[in-house]
Design a binder for this molecule. Structure first.
Ligand code: AMP
Ligand code: MG
Length: 412
């Protein structure tokens, strides 16, 4: 740890890693509940899932074809029965015999392989094998999952693949972590909601809709709390009004050093302890994070790119921490498409890039944290660690890919 850095603006800046440690270190689990399997996607498992069966539950044919003995492949085989999926075979396969069998059906005793139907010819109930494949085409009992085995671990993200396993294990409901209730508020007397008239000097509130969309895309439930005026009493008033209903408040704007930046003072008045205010992160220098007995708060700078990036790289991991999932965004290693230099390397910087299918990150036009449409052209965030002033074209770089959570279990 390098200790708090001071940049030229006089802010005391907490290093990026320390910010993450402080924020993630203040999480606790909010509890667990059961939800229908149909509603479980995107949630986090609250307990281990142990299999009550072997998978497959019997030796199963992987092909439509004929079950027979591998020693008999070069002789004509008499069909003794047909085994459909869902039915158990009635006969045992003896020398010179076979059973017509469908994919997913139980393999009859006596047979040690299934010849796929495409590799056979059939006439008058007699099968001739025309080609060998060297494969048994049998999925053996318990080869995928053993009874008693832990198939899914507590803390795992439930994605469609996990839903499949839960369903196969007979779970109509899934035990999941309680999601935090997010409350998203924007501050600024210059703001008007989209659809409302604006006067000269005003702009439209884009952070509210942007943050709500980020929360929704992440599978987090968020309530929009509206535009908060730039007055000293507005923030504590809102918090008192919402008391008990919100776990994580997210404010945008009003967290910096301006005359009308009333959020930090308002949060202290509302009883929050401010654990972070000033971070060596670009964009995001005025980032604020605080904790109360039963709630947490983020103050994100008002500039739209700051709010976007900080939600992706900090708010999301925090919210998943409250659910027991060590969320890490998807990261890819690619080569940088052009040289990058910057004047000051005090902060860990994030800039938008476009990923090409052949493994390059192209820097795109970016004018800074107010450049609202920069990320509409980007699909990745290039992180440049503090202390790194320049990067060379062709150098390998790590790119954070924003979007919904994708990784199974961040703990691994
Ligand atoms: P602040 O962090 O309040 O100093 O705001 C920084 C910049 O972001 C200012 O130019 C604000 O007008 C702008 N801004 C603040 N809140 C929003 C918002 N909700 N939507 C769009 N821009 C905003
Ligand atoms: Mg403001």
């Amino acid at each position: 740890m390098t200790g708090p850095e001071r940049d030229r603006t006089g802010w005391k800046l907490m290093p990026f890693d320390e910010v993450m440690d402080t924020i993630l270190g203040s999480t606790r689990l909010l509890g667990s509940e059961e939800v229908d399997l149909a509603d479980a996607a995107g949630r986090v498992l609250a307990s281990d899932i142990v299999s009550d069966i072997d998978m497959p539950p019997f030796d199963k044919s992987a092909m439509d074809g004929f079950a027979c003995r591998s020693a008999d492949l070069d002789r004509p085989l008499r069909i003794v029965e047909t085994v459909a999926a869902g039915r158990m075979p009635e006969k045992e396969i003896g020398e010179g015999e076979c059973a017509r069998i469908m994919t997913g059906a139980a393999v009859p005793r006596g047979a040690d392989m299934v010849v796929m139907v495409e590799y056979t010819e059939e006439e008058d109930g007699i099968v001739t094998v025309t080609r060998g494949s060297g494969r048994s085409n049998i999925c053996l009992l318990g080869e995928d999952i053993r009874r008693g085995e832990t198939v899914l671990e507590k803390g795992s993200l439930i994605r469609p693949s996990e839903i499949a396993v839960l369903a196969a294990m007979g779970n109509a409901k899934a035990p999941v972590a309680v999601r935090p209730a997010l409350g998203i508020a924007v501050t600024g007397d210059e703001l008007a909601e989209p659809g409302e008239p604006i006067r000269k000097g005003m702009i439209r509130n884009s952070n509210g809709p942007q943050l709500m969309a980020q929360a929704a895309e992440t599978g987090l439930s968020a309530e929009y709390l509206g535009i908060v005026p730039d007055t000293p009493g507005a923030v504590p008033e809102l918090i008192e009004h919402m008391s008990g209903e919100i776990d994580v408040y997210i404010f945008s704007g009003g967290v910096s050093m301006g005359d009308y930046d009333f959020v930090p003072g308002g949060l202290e008045e509302a009883g929050f302890e401010l654990l972070v205010h000033g971070a060596a992160i670009k964009p995001g220098r005025p980032l604020l994070f605080g904790r109360h007995e039963d709630a947490w708060v983020f103050g994100l700078p008002g500039n739209p790119v700051s709010a976007f990036v900080l939600f992706e790289i900090i708010v999301k991991p925090f919210c998943f921490g409250l659910m027991g999932h060590a969320y890490r965004p998807l990261e890819v290693t690619v080569r940088l498409g052009s040289d990058f230099t910057r004047k000051s390397a005090v902060r860990t910087a994030h800039v938008p890039v476009r990923l090409t299918p052949d493994g390059w990150a192209r820097l795109i036009e970016y004018h800074g944290s107010a450049h609202i449409n920069a990320y509409t052209r980007a699909d990745g965030i290039l992180r440049i660690p503090a202390g790194v002033e320049s990067l060379k074209k062709g150098e390998e770089v790590r790119i954070v890919v924003p979007g919904p959570p994708r990784r199974a279990n961040g703990l691994r």
